[in-house]
Design a protein around this ligand. Sequence first.
Ligand code: UDP
Length: 134
Amino acid sequence: MTEQTLVIIKPDGLLRSLVGRIIQRFEEKQLQISQIKKEELSQAQLREHYSHLANKSFFPTLMSYMMEGPVLLMVIEGTSAVTRTRKIVGVTDPMEAEMGTLRGDFGVDKTRNLIHASDSVETAHEEIVRFFSK
Ligand code: UDP
C-alpha cells in the first residue's frame, strides 16, 4: 500500500551536514521524496506538533533544540512508508536504537535524536497538512 509520511531532519542534522547521508538511507530503501523544504519552525508550530509532550520535564529543552536553526521537512512516499521510515529512523533513544538506524548511528541523546518521523498513517496525514498545506 503506497503511503506518505512526514520526516523532519532536526537542526543538528543540517548543522552537522548529514542531510545527504540521511536522504540516501530512504532512497536506498525505495522511498521517494515527494516534497521537501527548509524552514525555521516557530514556537507555535512546535507547540502544536509536540502538544502530546507539553507537560513533560524535557519539553523546554526539546523546544530550544528544535529552534537551534532551520530544519528540513520532507514528505516521503512509498510502500508502507510510515512503518518502513520508522524502522530506518530507529527508536527514540539513540542509546537503545540499533546500529544501522539513523538514530543509532548519528543520534546524540534522547533529545538530540536527529530525526522526526510520523508514527501512524493518521498522524502522518495531520502532520503533512500542518507543515505543507500553505
Ligand atoms: N524526547 C526527549 N526526551 C524524552 C523523550 C523524547 O527529549 O525522554 C524528544 C525527542 O527529541 C523525541 C521527541 O521528544 O524525538 C518526541 O518524542 P516522542 O515520544 O513523540 O518520540 P518519537 O516519536 O520522536 O520517537
